[in-house]
Each structure stands twice: as C-alpha cells, then as structure tokens.
Design a protein around this ligand. Structure first.
Ligand code: HEM
Length: 403
C-alpha cells in the first residue's frame, strides 16, 4: 500500500494523493461504515462549538515538551496552526471520508515530515486528540450508552485511518530521501574514482622517477631522508587511490574453487615481519588443508589484508591475533580476534561507513571494502569489540560445492 519510492521533486503526497482504491480498502478493513460516518457528522456540531478550547488544550499540552516548544515558539506559527487544527477538526466530523479526505491527511503528514517532526510526536498526538475529543463525543448521548460507544469507536477507527495515511507520507519521505542520498553518494563516489584514476599513473611515474634519482644522486644523508619521506608519502597516496578505486569501481569477480587456509597462511606470511616487530603473536586455530571455497581469490586476499592490517594497527603494544576458519552448514566461518585497544561503541556503529576512520592516516575505506567484497560473495560480516580488550571480526563465505 505504500507509495512508490521513485518519485522525484515534490512528493506524491503533495501532488496526487493515495492510490485510488487504497483508502476505500482501508476503510473496509477497519470496518468504518457509512453508519460510523453518519455518527461522526452527528456529533460534529458539539465539537465545533468547543473547537477553540479543544485546540487550546491540544497546544497547551504540546508545549509542555521541550522538542516541540521550539517548533511552536513563535506566536504567528501557533495562531496559524490553531486555524489549521480547527479546519482539521471540522473535516474529522464532516461525515465525508473519501479519497480527497485521505489526500488532505497525506498532505498533513508530508508537512510534518518536511519540518522533520519525529513520528513519535505527531503519531502520539492522535492519542492526545482522542483523549480530548472522546468526552465531547460521549456527552452527545447521555442516555444511550450503546450509541455513545458506537460514536466513540467510530472516532477511534477514523483516527487509525488518519494515522495509516500519515505513515504513508512518512515512508514516502524516508524512501525518497534514501534514494536521493544514494544517488548523491554514487555521484560523489564516481567523481572521487575519476580523480583517483587520473592521479594513479602520475603517482606511479613520480615514484619510479624518485627511486631512480635516489639511487643516482649523491646527496647528504639528511636529504636522502627527505627523498625517503617523499617516497613514503607517495606509497601512502597510492594506497588511498587503490582503496578508492576498489571501493568505487569494483572489478567483476572471477570466482573459482581454492583452499582458503593456504590463502590465509600466505597473507599471514606477508605480515610476519610487521607482526614480529610489534610483538604480536599469531595463533592459527584451524588445521590447514581443508575448507575450499568458491570465490575470487584476489578479493578474499584483499579482505584478509585489510583485516589483518587493522588488527596489527590496533595492537601497538603487542598482543595476539587469533585466526580461525571452520566449516559449518555450507559456509566457511572465518574469525579474526585481536587483543588490541578495541573500538568505542559509538564508533562501532559507523565502522562500515565509507570514509569513517579513527586513524590518523586511514582512508576510511578498509572495512567498507571488506563488507562490499564479502557481500559480493553472498557472505556476511560482523564486528564486535570491547574497548581495551580487543576486536573480533567474523565473516562467512560459501564453501565450494566441488573439491
Ligand atoms: C494529531 C496530530 C496532528 C495533526 C492532525 C496536525 C495537523 C496539522 C495541520 C492540518 C497542519 C497544516 C498543514 C498544511 O499546511 O497543509 C499542520 C502543520 C504543522 N504542524 Fe501539525 N498536526 C498534528 C501534530 C503536530 C504536532 C505534535 C506538532 C508539534 C509541534 C505539530 C506541528 C506542526 C507545525 C510546526 C506545522 C506547520 C508547518 C508549517 O506550515 O510551517 N503538529 N499540522
């Protein structure tokens, strides 16, 4: 029943209203009958006579809540809103509940979303309206409890219908914003990738030229240090460019069956010196030789490189890195557990966001790339961490069906 998310510009709520059949179906679903409609119109006169005091009570309650007070702080807004609320009350008891009624509710929802009012506030306010309005409805039938109950129930059902429509507006706004955001991110990503692409070759040229010069120049040792620092910076930039391109322009996978343990051991050998220098012991739990997966070896190697690199950086004062890979239910469950400094809970929620980094020199893409590559393999990845005690990364990759 929700509106399509592919609208652009002004929201559908503000232009067309709900799908033609939707409101009628919803009315039938909550059993809101013509009799209910007639009863509400019957009590409309009483509500209209008390409209000023009803609306005052409504706003007097809202302003007791700090987040709402700021929205209602200027007198002009409140006066305008009181007039809108009186209109709202009038239509609530007008006795006509058709598509144009639904459309007016969708518009109210769209306005609240535009001012970024959280749903908890405007949805909750329907409860407030029920609380204020029900006594007026019931007092219309002092000697007929059954009729009073029917009128009160009719109002409750209508409020639920209102809430449903308002939720349509809420979902539509959220979906539209998500689409806009992902389009913006894609455009920025593409721009970043184009720049990275342009920068890659000149960087490689500069590095090559500097290496040649370094070998041929007879310069003072202090100047050699400068050249080495330049080279180190170029290597760092190359890493950034590589990460950006891997993330923004992932190459097509070339999956094949291979032994994951061999790959893990190969990557660990690459990092052996760095681990030794940092006082890190590597503990391999699983026995090599089993665990064939069907995947792109280069991509999986990249996953391990990024994760092991992170673990080593998290253990500046030494520690233990435990790498485990076990077969379970058609997947290979891989876990890397370090005893490093851990991740703050607030940061943990953001670690997969591109460009989020807590490192002085990180690209902020390492874990985003890990997740993207694992997900490209229909796997999943999760990270848990305890500040001061270490971080654990677990991911699953489908096993190869053939040996
Ligand atoms: C039962 C719940 C509510 C109903 C039926 C309702 C109804 C309305 C209506 C009819 C309008 C005018 C829409 C238009 O211009 O077309 C409106 C706007 C607005 N509402 Fe509500 N409202 C509700 C809850 C709230 C709450 C809880 C707040 C909290 C402060 C709020 C704040 C506003 C504001 C600030 C606007 C004006 C937006 C603008 O024109 O700048 N509303 N509302």
């Amino acid at each position: 029943m929700r509106p399509a998310a592919n609208q652009t510009g002004a929201s559908r709520a503000e232009r067309r209203g709900p799908e033609p059949e939707t409101f009628e179906v919803r009315r039938r679903y909550v059993r809101f009958s013509e009799q209910d409609a007639a009863m509400l119109s019957e009590v409309g006169g009483v509500v209209a006579r008390h409209a000023d005091s009803i609306v005052d009570r409504f706003y007097n309650h809202l302003v007791k809540f700090e987040p709402l007070r700021s929205l209602l702080s200027d007198d002009g807004t409140v006066e305008r809103l009181k007039a809108s609320q009186k209109q709202y009350l009038k239509s609530l008891f007008a006795g006509t509940y058709d598509d144009s009624y639904a459309e007016s509710r969708l518009r109210i929802g769209a306005v609240h979303d535009r001012i970024e009012l959280e749903p908890q506030w405007y949805l909750g306010a329907y409860g407030l309206y029920l609380d204020i309005l029900l006594p007026y409805v019931i007092q219309c039938y002092p000697d007929d409890a059954a009729r009073a109950t029917r009128a009160a129930t009719a109002l409750g059902k209508l409020m639920i219908l209102d809430v449903q429509v308002v939720l349509d507006a809420y979902y539509e706004t959220r979906e539209r914003r998500a689409v806009e955001k992902s389009e913006q991110l894609a455009a920025v990503g593409e721009l970043a990738a184009s720049i990275a692409h342009e920068v890659r070759n000149p960087l490689a040229g500069m590095k090559g030229a500097l290496e040649v010069l370094r070998g041929e120049l007879s310069v003072k040792p202090s100047n050699l240090e400068i050249v080495d620092e330049l080279l180190a910076q170029i290597v760092r930039l190359e890493g950034l460019v590589r990460d950006l391109l891997t993330y923004a322009r992932p190459r097509a996978l070339s999956p094949r069956a291979f032994d994951l343990h061999e790959l893990i051991d190969r990557v660990l050998r690459l990092y052996k010196d760095e681990a030794d220098v940092n006082g890190i012991t590597v503990h391999r739990v699983s026995a090599p030789g089993t665990g064939r997966i069907f995947a792109d070896p280069q991509a999986i190697e990249q996953v391990f490189i990024n994760l092991i690199h992170n673990s080593i950086q998290a253990m500046e004062d030494g520690g233990t890195l435990t790498v485990d890979a076990q077969s379970a239910g058609g997947f290979l469950l891989v876990s890397l557990q370090d005893t490093g400094k851990g991740i703050l809970p607030a940061d943990l929620k953001r670690i997969f966001q591109p460009f989020f980094t807590t490192k002085h020199r990180g690209s902020g893409l390492g874990l985003s790339i890990v997740r993207k590559l694992v997900e490209q393999h229909k796997g999943t990845v999760e990270v848990t961490s305890q500040l001061g005690h270490g971080t654990s990364v677990k991911f699953r990759i489908p096993e190869s069906e053939t040996d």
